[in-house]
Design a protein around this ligand. Structure first.
Ligand code: PGA
Length: 252
């Protein structure tokens, strides 16, 4: 199965930037041997999907409302609207949403339900904070965060995407070691096998300071089905280096 490289622009970008980026991406696509998804701010999603609609690149939303709507929810963007804008996937529970915007399990369950209902594939993000890792309680914490998947397991599509992103590795330049990634992914794969119905399979992305120079090593790890990339996804050249890393990871 092909690896999945998802770029998350966060709150970055301009109209001109999206245009240039899409153009650059189209040029490197023929050489790519992985699936690619790009998450731009909501405002730019229709523009990105107009540029990339004819390609295999998935247009990914960074967030979605927990409310189905339509309705009186000022500032919110519904799953149906994201679908209408050309999105196929949506990030849910990114650590910045959990920590800066205080999203809890109840909110996340609502978001997953709305996303699936609109036909969007959720990419559910989980990860432990530094103090939890230092206290040695990280596996327990990851298991706790899987509760949102347990509560929505009957709704989820046949392929359940989960991104493991240790909070201490996001935007810090600190990458989890290959041993730490392998341990977390093996643990999550086991737990997800237990809690998902037999008809569903979990696929796991790693995220946290992934860049061109470390992507191949991470992508080669068993149990790593792809990467979720923040700052290094902002330029096509760096994203291209990560995409090239998926080739190294493929068996000969
Ligand atoms: P980063 O962000 O690659 O900049 O560490 C990862 C993420 O937030 O998904």
């Amino acid at each position: 199965m092909k690896k999945f490289v998802v770029g998350n622009w966060k709150m970055n970008g301009t109209t001109t930037g999206v245009q240039e980026y899409a153009q650059g991406l189209i040029q490197i696509l023929p050489a790519a041997s992985c699936e690619i998804g790009i998450a731009v701010p909501s405002l730019y999603l229709p523009q990105l999907s107009a540029r990339l609609g004819a390609t295999s690149v998935a247009v990914v939303a960074q967030d979605v409302s927990q409310f189905k709507g339509p309705g009186a929810y000022t500032g919110e963007i519904s799953a149906q609207m994201l679908k209408d804008a050309g999105c196929t996937h949506v990030l849910i529970g990114h650590s910045e949403r959990r920590h800066v915007f205080a999203e809890d399990d109840l909110v996340l369950v609502g978001k997953i339900a709305c996303a699936v209902d609109a036909g969007l594939v959720p990419i559910i993000c989980i990860g432990e904070e530094l103090h939890i890792r230092q206290q040695g309680r990280y596996l327990e914490e990851l298991a706790r965060q899987l509760a949102v998947i347990e509560r929505t397991r009957d709704l989820l599509p046949a392929t359940v995407w989960v991104a493991y992103e240790p909070v201490w590795a996001i935007g810090t330049g600190l990458v989890a070691s290959t041993a730490q990634i392998s341990e977390a992914h093996a643990f999550l794969a086991d737990k997800l096998r237990e809690l998902l119905p037999k008809s569903k399979t979990a696929r796991l992305l790693y995220g946290g300071s992934v860049k061109g120079s470390n992507a191949a090593e991470i992508l080669a790890l068993p149990g790593v089905d792809g990467v979720l990339v923040g700052s290094a996804s902002l330029t096509v050249s760096e994203l291209g280096a990560i995409i090239a890393g998926t080739k190294v990871a493929l068996p000969a």
